[in-house]
Write a new protein. Structure first.
Length: 210
């Protein structure tokens, strides 16, 4: 993002390099003049990055866990199905849902930059944009998963999806054992951001063993 050449690939958002610089320049001026507090800005960014954003995706996943009709809709037109819950817009125009099964675990990367489904996941975490994640997710997905503390059964295949400006992916993690009696709100609380990128699993309900 800091190297302008980095963004000159055919990936649909070459404006981000310049935009990034403009935002930084604006932030410095506002901070110098005492109009904004950098700590408050960080808190705001954290809110979008880790709270509001991924909560949207978690609602999508919870609906998929309880509603087979919604799953069918996700398969045929994920963009429309997700928009029906109110999540649409920039960086989410062309969505594809990829469902984990006991046989297949899905993991998402953008090897070229940082394409990410903003309407459902918010802003990408720093590691998602890092060069090591972008290269290793493809070469050594199991190694990356291990670093995230995820160990899959040997027979589970790992499938890696490379996001582009044209297509953004949302992983539908496996519904955890012991969650049978939970309603949609309680289910959504089990869905972490990382489980929707594929670098994590959904949380086990408290009291359940897995
Ligand atoms: Fe990208």
């Amino acid at each position: 993002m800091t190297d302008p050449k980095r963004d000159q690939h055919d990936h649909g958002h070459s404006e981000l390099g310049e935009m990034d610089l403009r935002v930084r320049a604006l932030e410095s001026v506002l901070t110098q003049k005492g109009y904004v507090d950098p700590a408050a800005l960080d808190a705001l960014i954290d809110t979008y990055q880790t709270r509001i954003g991924p909560r949207n995706g978690a609602r999508v996943v919870a609906r998929a866990w309880v509603d087979a009709g919604f799953v069918a809709w996700l398969r045929s037109d994920a963009t429309a199905a997700i928009a029906s819950l109110g999540y649409s817009g920039r960086q989410g125009e062309h969505m594809q849902a990829v469902e984990n099964t006991p046989d297949t675990h899905n993991m998402v990367v953008c090897t070229l930059c940082s394409c990410y489904p903003w309407p459902v996941l918010g802003l990408p975490p720093t590691w998602y944009k890092s060069a090591p994640y972008r290269s290793r997710a493809v070469r050594d997905p199991r190694g990356v998963l291990a670093e995230f503390g995820v160990e899959l059964p040997q027979q589970t295949q790992v499938r890696v999806w490379d996001s582009t400006a044209e297509l953004r992916y949302l992983v539908i993690p496996l519904r955890p054992a012991g969650s049978e009696g939970l309603d949609e709100v309680a289910l959504a609380a089990l869905v972490t951001r990382d489980s929707m990128i594929g670098t994590g699993l959904a949380l086990a309900p408290s009291g359940a063993t897995r």
